[in-house]
Design a protein around this ligand. Structure first.
Ligand SMILES: [Zn+2]
Ligand SMILES: [Zn+2]
Length: 156
């Protein structure tokens, strides 16, 4: 029955490749203005993982973004510019993968949507997902829901 969790992904040109060997803490969509600008699309898909469960081949370039008192370290491919990861030094053991960079995106099942107050008007939000007008006070709510629906972070 058991099947080891193993997902690969990478940038658009292939210079950066990664392997995730553990089910994420949470998958959710972020509709903030930063994610819209960064993705040049309607929203970002955030796949929150333990950093220790991710291995990266290739050297990413880094860009530090400060919003108010929050520092976000953003990693992207220096050749093609694809954004791949970001993390906050305050949560050093965690990292967020941009969901659209996985080779197979069919397993991504968002449990919630954040920053709905800036979502594009035509985007319809499923009724059963968690909803936040802005930044959640605590991301654990998303992790708890994700674990309830798809199982706790783990290798199976
Ligand atoms: Zn690239
Ligand atoms: Zn965002």
């Amino acid at each position: 029955m058991s099947h080891a969790f193993h997902q690969r992904g990478g940038c658009q040109c292939g210079a950066i490749r990664y392997t995730l060997t553990e089910r994420p803490r949470a998958v959710y969509c972020c509709h903030c203005i930063e994610c819209q600008r960064q993705s040049s699309s309607a929203f970002g898909i955030s796949v929150r993982v333990r950093r220790a469960a991710l291995s990266v081949e290739g050297e990413t370039a880094k860009f530090n973004k400060t919003s108010g008192d929050r520092l976000t370290i953003c990693e992207f491919c220096p050749h093609c510019g694809s954004r791949l990861f970001h993390n906050r030094p305050a949560h050093e053991d965690l990292l967020t993968i941009k969901g659209g960079t996985f080779d197979d995106t069919s397993w991504l099942k968002p449990v919630g949507h954040i920053w709905l107050k800036s979502k594009q008007a035509w985007v319809l939000i499923p009724e059963d997902g968690l909803r936040f007008d802005a930044q959640p006070d605590d991301y654990d709510v998303l992790s708890v829901r994700y674990a309830e629906q798809w199982g706790p972070p783990g290798r199976e």
